[in-house]
Write a protein that binds this ligand. Structure first.
Ligand code: SAH
Length: 218
């Protein structure tokens, strides 16, 4: 059954309300999230839950993050519109699509070739031309394109990975969930200063782990 324009408007309002009520208040981030339809990034039976504020399963045993967490992470990056961004953990490509509307250039990497292929197809379909998705072990960053103004890690590491810290420009910001995969993790914002790194703890989160090496499908 196809939705009426009223249904779509109502659903969009509820989606934005859920984001705001969970602390996503930056109007640029809210606008980008209004423009990127999460339904394009979820295939199969879960597609009808695309506008619920919950994580959902995607291919390769991974998950598309909860929209409010996507919003809070994007907001924490303090994008300027001129940034070169690295995302580690392409997954469905949803987060990268939102970043692409708020940054100059987005590189996104995943260890599963299949996820990268599906995400690239969606980026082409939506005409998002400033995103490059690559199959790479992102624990080592993307040295060819470094340094970056912003780095977003969407899988949990035990500590902020050293190679990623090294690929951050002075003044640059990295947002990363830190903690054991089966315990409470915290979203951390790392700011590179002229002399070192500042750390802020933002909120408790739950992400799939950052795993070294490429996926078995590759
Ligand atoms: N940002 C995604 C959700 C990410 S789920 C979205 O918007 O849908 C976490 C992703 O991190 C998974 O797809 C997983 O394959 C990937 N991942 C885990 N370890 C990785 C690594 N070392 N390098 C690259 N990607 C990794």
């Amino acid at each position: 059954m196809s939705e009426s324009p009223e249904d779509i408007a109502q659903r969009k309002m509820q989606f934005l309300f859920a984001l705001r009520s969970r602390g996503v208040t930056d109007s640029n981030v809210l606008n980008a999230m209004e423009r990127v339809d999460r339904g394009h990034f979820i295939r199969g039976t879960f597609a009808e839950r695309a506008y619920d504020d919950m994580p959902l399963p995607i291919a390769c045993g991974q998950t598309i993050s909860q929209p409010s967490v996507v919003g809070l992470m994007t907001q924490a990056l303090r994008l300027t519109g001129r940034d070169k961004v690295l995302e580690v953990g392409t997954g469905s490509g949803y987060q990268a699509a939102i970043l692409s509307l708020l940054a100059r250039r987005v590189y996104t990497v995943d260890r599963h070739r299949r996820l990268v292929a599906d995400a690239n197809a969606t980026f082409r379909q939506l005409d998002l031309t400033n995103i490059t998705a690559l199959t790479v072990d992102g624990s080592f960053g993307l040295p060819d394109q470094a340094p970056f103004d912003r780095i977003l890690v969407t899988a949990a590491a035990e500590d902020p990975p050293g190679p990623l810290l090294a690929q951050l420009k002075p003044g640059g910001i990295m947002v990363v969930p830190v903690g054991q995969s089966d315990a409470v993790q915290h979203l951390i914002r790392v700011t590179r200063t002229e002399t070192g790194f500042d750390y802020d703890e933002l909120l408790p989160v739950r992400f799939v782990p950052l795993v070294e090496g490429l996926g078995r499908d590759t």
